[in-house]
Design a protein around this ligand. Sequence first.
Ligand code: COA
Length: 178
Amino acid sequence: MELEVPGARIRSWRAGDQSSLARHADSRRVWLNVRDHFPHPYTVAHADAWLERIVGAEPQTQFAIEVEGEAAGGIGLMLQEDVARYSAELGYWLGEAHWGRGLMTQVVRRFTDYVFASLELQRIFALVFEWNPGSRRVLEKAGYTFEGRLRHAVVKDGHILDQFVYAAIRADVVAPPQ
Ligand SMILES: CC(C)(COP(=O)(O)OP(=O)(O)OC[C@H]1O[C@@H](n2cnc3c(N)ncnc32)[C@H](O)[C@@H]1OP(=O)(O)O)[C@@H](O)C(=O)NCCC(=O)NCCS
């Protein structure tokens, strides 16, 4: 899989991404905004373990964000189950070196279009910690709708935090047949 946006490419992870992944992912500012299973500090061994698990896995739900020729971030889906099986949670991160250039907004917009075109999903949602206005802004700019606030939903770095729910549904982005 390969999708182009100006300044970045969304593509499958490769075994050779190990060192750039470890370098860009080793960031406290990234870690503070993602789940605790994202390691910190992020070592080459962590990158190896991630790539071992992800490269070639089916269905393919996790992708690298390539910037300036190297993997500098990730975007992926967590497919939901049972009655929520037409729904998926979106997650993403970008190495700090590339923040503030509009890259993630374009990546999220392009990836969302790709997902609705290629999978039978009705809903893609994202959960943002209350201290992360940048990610809220990304989702708003990418066409996601703010749906609500989950009070005291998570603990991160010892702090109890609210989470903001954003979602795109198929009907928002895919025009009905004429
Ligand atoms: C959130 C993240 C993906 C943003 O990536 P990015 O490429 O810098 O995003 P963009 O440049 O496309 O857009 C960021 C927007 O947030 C705004 N923003 C950034 N920090 C902000 C802040 N503290 N307060 C308000 N707005 C802020 C920027 O100004 C920009 O909006 P604008 O274009 O209207 O000016 C990146 O910072 C990141 O990886 N963070 C750590 C991991 C993470 O948060 N993942 C998402 C978990 S839900």
